[in-house]
Design a protein around this ligand. Structure first.
Ligand SMILES: CC(C)(COP(=O)(O)OP(=O)(O)OC[C@H]1O[C@@H](n2cnc3c(N)ncnc32)[C@H](O)[C@@H]1OP(=O)(O)O)[C@@H](O)C(=O)NCCC(=O)NCCS
Length: 171
């Protein structure tokens, strides 16, 4: 994961082949549309314009330890997820979005999330955290995928990755 442009792995998920790769400039319109569609679930809730998305990419591109990944299934881009290393030496998961609803609820996003976290850990074994708005049903999804609530604020929870999924805890 050292080179942010070179993330490229294939994950087998049932019959499908998920390709998880670094986002590039060709993905900007998907990233913008997906975020705008799901903006109510995020802290930043204003609509993102084309120029803003481009300007985000310019800054992102030059930031070290900041990764934005795209999931392709059978050649179609279906979602994204990001992870960045903060100055306090904690990984921050961000911008996790299933962009194409017909690919939802099949485990693709969860599988990709686990792969991204493993790659981050292999680079630096720092705590992996994220923030989720209390109103967001994704809280449940993160818990099923190995995150626990670490703290609570008025409008959001702070979650920390514990390595094990809830299913593994039960066994
Ligand atoms: C959060 C989000 C990415 C989850 O997407 P998803 O498609 O539900 O996630 P997955 O692909 O991992 O699917 C998980 C579901 O598939 C089911 N599933 C079916 N087959 C499966 C398989 N083979 N393996 C794993 N899970 C499987 C799981 O049981 C789970 O269903 P459940 O939630 O009813 O338990 C999506 O809801 C989203 O984009 N939300 C809006 C944006 C957002 O809120 N992002 C987070 C901001 S902090």
């Amino acid at each position: 994961m050292k080179n942010k442009n070179k993330f490229n792995i294939n994950l087998l998920c049932g019959e499908k082949n998920i390709h998880l790769r670094s986002a590039s400039i060709v993905d900007l319109e998907n990233l913008r549309n997906w975020k705008n569609s799901e903006r109510n679930y995020f802290f930043h809730q204003s609509v993102i314009e084309v120029e803003q998305q481009r300007s985000w990419f310019d800054s992102f591109y030059h930031r070290p330890n900041d990764y934005m990944l795209i999931l392709d299934i059978d050649g179609a881009s279906i979602g994204c997820m990001g992870i960045r290393l903060l100055s306090n030496n904690e990984w921050d998961v961000y911008n996790v979005i299933l962009g194409v609803a017909s690919f939802g609820k099949q485990g693709y996003m969860g599988r990709a999330l686990t792969a991204m976290l493993q790659m981050a850990r292999s680079e630096n074994d720092f705590p992996i955290k994220l923030k989720v708005l209390k109103s967001n049903p994704a809280l449940n999804w993160y818990q099923k995928n190995g995150f626990n609530i670490e703290y609570e604020e008025i409008d959001h929870f702070g979650l920390r990755y514990q390595n094990k999924t809830s299913k593994e805890f039960q066994s």
